[in-house]
Ligand binder design. Sequence first.
Ligand code: NAD
Length: 293
Amino acid sequence: MTTIAFIGLGNMGLPMAKNLIGANHSVRGFDLSSDARGALEGAGGAAFDSVADAVTGADVVVSMLPSGKIVEVVYADVFKAAAAGTLMIDSSTIDVATARKVSAEATAKGFSMVDAPVSGGVGGAAAGTLAFMVGGTADAFAAAEPILDPMGAKIVHCGDSGNGQAAKICNNMLLAISMIGVSEAFNLGRKLGLDDQTFYDVAANASGQCWSLTSYCPVPGPVPTSPANNDYQPGFATALMHKDLGLAMEAVASVDANSPLGKHAADIYAEMNDAGHGGVDFSGVLKRLAGDL
Ligand code: NAD
């Protein structure tokens, strides 16, 4: 049994913390929300009134927070309260530069730290089947892996600090581009008189095949589990895709990469989000592009 401080008990953090409790770890949690703290206590964890109180006496700190700025603020408190040698795992989706900065501060203070953002959403968090993309030293990864195990189905070491965040935003930029591409193809096919299922049967077995088509199809019908069959309820909300594309565009600018399609995808999802559709699944871009949303 390991004593784990869990900071950030929201839609993702609470079910992740529950899976750590289910694996017989002792979980000490903090969230700004008293409801979230109460929910942790209801699940068998111990809730505290500050980051420092939750971290005191913990062997490991796990965090699941909304933004890089908040991660910086929270870890300033974590560093003051943590015992020497504490392992720190930040699973928030944040910018690569902040992940590297906070990790360097942790190392300088004698802690070890990994960035370990996830994909798999709230469903994966509840089921303990998240995919973790981990950045940090080989030793820190080896120490983090058994802690992540009850929360995840796939845990990949992506390289040094920040590389977990890099893998996450590169993947999601690719996902946004491919979802828009699949949506454009269905919309064009419809205008040309092509039946959705017929086009699906062709493209799913041809060179257009991709995850956005065959696992998360943006038209209702061909893939019964896709959010298109449930009026585009997330799934993966447009607001979260918009956030991740913002991080991707920051990264593009920081290293002067050439990503014209990523930039265009970021603009399309920003416009969809700003038009009030942040709560719609990101595959709803098909309707937005068709002028139906
Ligand atoms: P959320 O808003 O539901 O939860 C964030 C929690 O952090 C909230 O409960 C909030 O009260 C708490 N918080 C904020 N500031 C705090 C502070 N200073 N100290 C302590 N607690 C604080 O968000 P979420 O959906 O759980 O997402 C968390 C992270 O996971 C984000 O970085 C998000 O991008 C990422 N993520 C989310 C999903 C998803 O499907 N929701 C999927 C993959 C990754």
